[in-house]
Design a protein around this ligand. Sequence first.
Ligand SMILES: [Zn+2]
Ligand SMILES: [Zn+2]
Length: 442
Amino acid sequence: MALICGHDAPAYGLPLCEHIRNATAEPLDHYLHYTGRGLERQRVCGICRHEPADEKASTTEAATVAAVCEDCFDATEGSLLGVFGHPGTIDESRPVRGIVETTALPDEAGKVLDIAPTNDGIVLLCEDGRILRRHIESGRCTEVARSTITVPADAEPWCGRTQTLRLHASRDGAFAAVVIDYGRTGEVIDLSTGAVTLPLENDGYHSDTVPFSLAFTEHAGRVVVLHRRQWSLIEATDPATGAQVACMPTGDDGSAPWAGHFHGALYPSPAGSRCASDAWVWHPSGRPVAWNLDQWLTEGERAWTEDIDWAGLPGCAYYWDRSLVRLDEDRLVLEGLGDVEEELVPGARVFDLGRRGPDGPGGSAEPVETVTFAGPRGRFFAADGLLFSSSESGFEIWNPATGARLGTLAGFRPTHHDPIRGELIELSAIGLRRWRTADATA
Ligand SMILES: [Zn+2]
Ligand SMILES: [Zn+2]
């Protein structure tokens, strides 16, 4: 059956309003309209944009918006004027169990900039550079190290990204790293001695666009620290000695699929089988990537001459440094729906890195996107098979298999996840505000 454009061809792209379809002189600019029916989207012109958003108006729209073929769609390509309407969300909210408990931090800690949960208590980074360990049972804080990393006084924010001190710690609590997100320097510290075992400095090449790439993981029974010294290369180092464990080949001729990525925040999977990086590529376009971490750390650079399960996730123009969490070894969740920053609406996209779709233009298949749903915004956390989001609009619990919102908790803005004790933690001026993730399913 022929489309409304008169061509007997498959429908292509988004449905268009009749003004856009019938524009003869030159293409009309468009708004992206979320109809509220699931994730349904349309392109409508400025005239349609101004119709009142009542029931009658939406039936009028339904009568005038229709899909066309690829040639006709491409011929209408104008510029984006904005986004209006909202995607539909599934609400299965029930009262959330559990309470937010507050643990005060000792006065002598002063202002705490960041925290990192470990098997051996929670490690705190104080404003004056002291690193304290808060013992779980006694609640006492002991000074274990002092960091000398400071944000340069003349540091200028890039597009709202302000250089900030950030603390990481290995799960066993043996090592910490203090780095400057959106900056160049950092250090890895052995918390049993307080000694710096690995000074960190990246090449500064667009390093102000990304959090300092660093993550602790474990491989073959020992702790490994992953970090970026050169913009496009992640290396793995033994945090005890500073000795290199594995590096990525440069791929300098640009032909390797992993070449040309400006690496950002690193996300090893919980058991360390895969690593994801919230990277971007020139022009700029956010393009998170993932690879087989276990294979790399086992085989070293040779692993890159084989199939290292390199995966490039769908790009998003001008947008990276977004929430990304691991549901398990294979599945990760990306924040934001849309392919261009100015089109983005709050939502979550679940990808299965163990499954590949058909080959794309470069012969590389993207991981299968298994679930896509609107609603989650802000920081994401994952535990017990659930997705949690934390933003100005509140704390929300989501089912990442169905996309349904399961509950909300007012006045709680978690900033950290403590997978060891199963808690989400809000680092606040009054101390640590803690809520047990298991209460979401109780
Ligand atoms: Zn129109
Ligand atoms: Zn057509």
